[in-house]
Design a protein around this ligand. Structure first.
Ligand code: SF4
Ligand code: SF4
Length: 444
């Protein structure tokens, strides 16, 4: 595909994506950045208009264009609200690809961005090493010391806040099951699925990956962890580095080529994997491969719901609310499945959160690149958390970190959990009860 107007590089924003926009404004209220700024340029309609103007040569790719394009959370709420299904998020990602080529990041931002996006995330071993360093920081007493001596204050405020809610780093399942081959289903196997372990998920939330494996095997699915897999590329595509995004997509398509089902437990990764064909609009051969691959991708809640799963019997006795991660609800249309899993656990009282599908401000690394806007979005989100719930459940690691920060900042005490974790805990209770019964039976 050739350049378009003042978008001078290949893979420009796709004209067909804005063709249906009739400027009706029905998307405005859904947009968190418009709610906060009240400015048209920070609304979906405004952003579509700006992108179209550059494509028609009436505007330049410059700072004034970059600001609203990068201030977008890519939360996709506008696409849900739009009667014409205008894919604003897709346009934003394509426009960012052009901006990053026209105006590459320089200085510290350029260095840090390049280092993490190009030198760390694409290499699972490097990411795991970083996780090991974090573990040493947490376990050696350094973290305690840094906090008590207030050394974390040298960090910018938003990074110090993030440091305060870092979960305890465990052993990545990718490393733990290396060379393990197939992790066998409990009982007779119904199917074999391949697990995308994810980057942040496997480093910071390996316990959720473990829970995912236990839940799958309990429900009769053999699990494999293809070792050739890599980062899904969502962070790269959101940042405008579509070239690296394509490289990572190709690696994953190859790594999972023998899988019939690819299970994902992180909404942002799942959405990215399902959208791989978008990255190959100019490459028919890879587009076909990407379409085949994307058709195999399932979010864990979607998969359990569709294939049927064992309902736990033990009572959990807790009040839980559910936060719709943007890339599950708006990105993949998955809303009903996680709610049904939660309310299917005996004793779980599911309390609906008003505006549950409103972004929490995490949005990949948005909370690091745009801390003020992310903070305002989080504040508005936290006002909607029902006061008397004990847990907030969701299906995305970025949201889990951001919501944990919200709970800490606004004085809540709710536990942040992944939906599959709650199901896993209920199963564990079932197992304990069964073991008690067997023990009693054996003694009598
Ligand atoms: S993006 Fe959709 S909802 Fe928003 S102005 Fe255009 S047509 Fe209307
Ligand atoms: S993706 Fe989200 S932040 Fe961006 S324009 Fe749409 S609603 Fe607004």
């Amino acid at each position: 595909m050739k350049a378009l107007g003042n978008f001078k590089w290949s893979d420009p924003p796709d004209e067909s994506k804005w063709a249906d926009c009739v400027h009706c404004g029905m998307c405005l209220e859904s947009c968190p950045t418009y709610e906060i700024t009240g400015q048209e340029q920070h609304s979906p309609r405004g952003r579509v208009y700006l992108i179209k103007s550059v494509a028609e040569g009436r505007l330049e790719v410059n700072e004034q264009f970059m600001d609203p394009v990068f201030k977008c959370l890519d939360c996709r709420a506008c696409t849900t609200a739009c009667p014409a299904d205008v894919n604003v998020g897709g346009l934003i990602e394509e426009a960012r690809g052009q901006i990053r080529q026209a105006m590459p990041l320089t200085g510290v931002k350029g260095f840090v961005g390049k280092m993490f996006l190009e030198k760390v995330f694409p290499y699972p071993n490097r990411l795991q090493s970083l996780g090991s360093l974090m573990k040493i920081y947490q376990k050696s007493g350094l973290q305690k010391l840094a906090r008590s001596a207030r050394l974390v204050r040298v960090l910018p405020k938003h990074l110090a806040e993030m440091e305060s809610i870092l979960p305890e780093v465990g052993v990545p399942v990718r490393r733990k099951y290396q060379g393990a081959g197939v992790i066998r289903a409990r009982g007779e196997a119904r199917n074999t699925v391949a697990l995308l372990t994810g980057c942040i998920m496997d480093v910071m939330f390996s316990d959720i990956n473990e829970a995912t494996i236990r839940v799958l095997t309990r429900n009769g699915h053999n699990v494999t962890i293809p070792q050739g897999q890599t980062c899904c590329g969502a962070l790269h595509v959101h940042a405008g580095d579509r070239e690296t995004g394509r490289k990572l997509a190709k690696q994953n398509i190859e790594a999972f080529k023998d899988a019939s089902v690819v299970i994902v437990n992180a909404a942002g990764c799942g959405s990215m994997l399902k959208e791989y064909p978008e990255l190959f609009r100019e490459d028919p051969e890879w587009r076909e491969k990407a379409e085949e691959f994307s058709a195999k991708v399932r979010d864990i809640a979607e998969y359990l719901f569709d294939t049927g799963y064992e309902k736990p019997k033990s009572e959990m006795r807790c009040r839980v609310t559910y936060h719709d991660a943007c890339h599950l609800a708006h990105g993949q249309g998955i809303r009903r499945e996680p709610r049904q899993i939660l309310s299917g656990i005996p004793g779980v009282e599911l309390v609906e959160m008003p505006n549950a599908d409103r972004c929490c401000g995490s949005a990949g690394v948005y909370n690091i690149t745009h801390p003020e806007m992310a903070g305002a979005v989080l504040e508005s989100k936290m006002k909607n958390v029902p006061a008397d719930v004990e847990m907030i459940s969701m299906g995305n690691p970025g949201c889990m970190l951001q919501m944990a920060l919200g709970v800490k900042k606004y004085g809540g005490n709710q536990k942040i959990v992944h939906t599959v974790q709650l199901l896993d805990w209920a199963y564990q209770k079932d197992d304990e009860r069964a073991a008690e019964k067997t023990g009693q039976g054996g003694g009598g």
